[in-house]
Design a protein around this ligand. Structure first.
Ligand SMILES: Nc1ncnc2c1ncn2[C@@H]1O[C@H](COP(=O)(O)OP(=O)(O)O)[C@@H](O)[C@H]1O
Ligand SMILES: [Mg+2]
Length: 253
């Protein structure tokens, strides 16, 4: 059974159809990249998957259940997580406290004072594992605001992992990073392990080709083509669609 399935998703903003009949299916353990020029509808489609917006029509199934009208919260509890935005981190709190807050948020009914949860050994152990997975454990006591941009982005990837998701959704995880930081993020995502299914939006072709098993090209809200990295690399239509928007692509083709 597919882990995630969408059936003819349409999203209209007034007269604009941002997503036009998008159907796709993602198997457990797959690593899929969604690419396409700016304005193709990638983020809008993501927002439908995570529950931030409702589609104008069509349905989303997760683990066989129709979740089209489920809240973001309900989806998180079913095992779906998306990367946080830097703006959703607490800049004046330490890295560790940010992770603990994310972990607390997942554990319903266990909101408590910081003083209390810092002593919760089990939580701290999970936080340590998470931070080590993105090489931020040594910086656990630093304020988030004092971290370099690339380190903040890594924290954004670590936080959704706090809910032990089955499906991780990442929207341009390497955006704004240096090539070295980007390649670091690429290996972190690659190392996530086979239990976590990944669907990510990416412009950085090094990230796409470094992580994805399947690449889907969106163009004007529709799937223009899809295939393995080799197929996408060799596909003339992909090149042509990207030629007009070269600025939105980084990395080596
Ligand atoms: N909230 C919104 N209201 C109106 N138009 C929107 C809204 N969000 C996105 N759009 C439009 O929908 C189209 C797809 O946008 P988006 O999903 O952000 O594309 P991408 O992430 O591929 O760059 C664009 O034309 C964008 O201007
Ligand atoms: Mg976008």
């Amino acid at each position: 059974m597919a882990l995630l399935e969408t059936n003819r998703i349409f999203v209209h903003f007034g007269g604009l159809a941002a997503v036009k009949g998008l159907s796709l299916s993602i198997e457990p353990g797959e690593r899929v990249a969604l690419i396409g020029p700016n304005g193709a509808g990638k983020t809008t489609f993501f927002n439908v998957l995570t529950g931030q917006i409702r589609p104008s029509s069509g349905s989303v199934h997760f683990k066989g259940m129709d979740i089209t009208n489920h809240s973001v919260y309900a989806r998180t509890h079913m095992g779906m997580a998306r990367s946080f935005q830097i703006t959703s981190l607490f800049p004046n709190l330490s890295v560790m406290v940010n992770v603990l807050i994310a972990l607390q948020g997942i554990r319903r009914g266990r909101y408590d004072l910081r003083r209390y949860f810092l002593k919760d050994k089990e939580l701290v152990a999970i936080a340590q594992e998470l931070l080590e997975s993105v090489a931020l454990w040594d910086l656990r006591d630093e304020k988030v605001s004092s971290l370099a941009y690339g380190q903040q982005r890594k924290l954004e990837i670590a936080l959704p992992l706090a809910s032990s998701p089955d499906l991780l959704l990442l929207d341009e995880p390497s955006c704004g990073l240096t090539p070295a930081e980007s390649s670091d993020i690429t290996s972190r995502i690659r190392d996530l392990g086979p239990k976590i299914t990944v669907l990510m939006i990416a412009h950085d072709m090094d990230l796409v080709f470094g992580v994805a098993e399947r690449v889907i090209l969106l163009h004007y809200g529709e799937i223009a083509c899809e295939g393995t990295c080799e197929e996408i690399r060799a596909n003339q239509m992909v090149k042509e669609i990207y030629m007009g928007s070269r600025k939105s692509v980084t990395g080596t083709w």
